[in-house]
Write a protein that binds this ligand. Structure first.
Ligand SMILES: O=C(O)CCC(=O)C(=O)O
Ligand SMILES: [Mn+2]
Length: 268
């Protein structure tokens, strides 16, 4: 039996985002792929940064390294308090969140409202599909370019797309999921920038979830503060699910931007 396919999305709660399957490391063909660096393993070689990326990377930030088996993340503050306050106000003013069909997700054939607001911006011609909804990005806005360019300055990585989530208070949340949509460039990091209320963020290893858990590994938890950047580097999204849990005591809004690299649609 392929243990990778035992985790039916119907067993998951509504707030989970995408059908989820764990990587089966007993699968010989997958092991071979991992050795070639095309799949998800902490042993797989990361492509080196190009010389432009290396020289673009700004060393002035003090990074906290988060490491666990298959988890590779880096966290820092990239905006001062006054910059972050100013950007947050601008985001609240200019962002136009999706409405209607684009505010719903499909879970096991049923449609539900997502427990937060959402919108995407990015390069012309890209699309991004998750949980049965295809999102077409709106054109970049100056404030989004400013945030994106600061991330590039800090990390050396460029991005062509951003998914934005607004949590009006601690009752809005995002359930456990991996960002593993097929449109995402497989080895590219995801850069998560947060403004507004501080919220807990939790990683959970795929082998430790639910009734079919095969082992025990502690979840990795962190607090995402106003003006911070969390880099989710490969292979984090292969092995670790992440969530922003409900926190009823949080009364203030938060806006999170996840900068991504979306592959261009295939030419027919
Ligand atoms: O709000 C956050 O910090 C996480 C958002 C997220 O995981 C996503 O948009 O995929
Ligand atoms: Mn995510």
């Amino acid at each position: 039996m392929n243990s990778a396919k035992t985790n039916c999305c119907c067993q998951r709660q509504l707030h989970l985002r995408t059908p989820v399957y764990c990587v089966d490391l007993n699968d010989e063909s997958l092991r071979k792929k991992l050795k070639r660096g095309t799949g998800g393993s902490e042993e797989a070689e990361l492509p080196p940064l190009s010389s432009e990326q290396e020289s673009a990377r700004d060393v002035k930030y003090s990074w906290k390294r988060l490491r666990a088996e298959g988890l590779n993340c880096d966290y820092t503050r990239i905006f001062s308090k006054s910059e972050a306050d100013d950007i947050f106000l601008q985001l609240e003013k200019v962002l136009e969140y999706f409405s209607g069909e684009q505010t719903k997700v499909q879970v096991c054939g049923k449609w539900y409202d997502i427990p937060r607001r959402q919108v995407t911006y990015g390069d012309l011609g890209l699309t991004y599909t998750y949980s049965g909804v295809t999102l077409v990005p709106k054109p970049w806005l100056p404030v989004l370019e400013k945030i994106r360019d600061r991330v590039t300055q800090a990390t050396g990585h460029t991005f062509n797309f951003v998914l934005i989530n607004r949590y009006k208070d601690g009752s809005d949340h995002i359930g456990e999921h991996r960002d593993d949509e097929k449109e995402l460039e497989p080895l590219s990091p995801i850069a998560s920038v947060s403004f507004g209320a501080c919220r807990d963020f939790v990683f959970r290893h795929c082998d430790t979830r639910g009734r079919s858990a095969t082992r025990h590994l502690e979840p990795v938890k962190l607090l995402l503060v106003h003006g911070s950047l969390l880099m989710l580097n490969y292979p984090t999204n292969v092995y670790w699910y992440h969530s922003l849990p409900v926190r009823k005591k949080v009364l203030a809004p938060r806006v999170n931007l996840t900068f991504r690299n979306v592959l261009p649609p295939p030419k027919n």
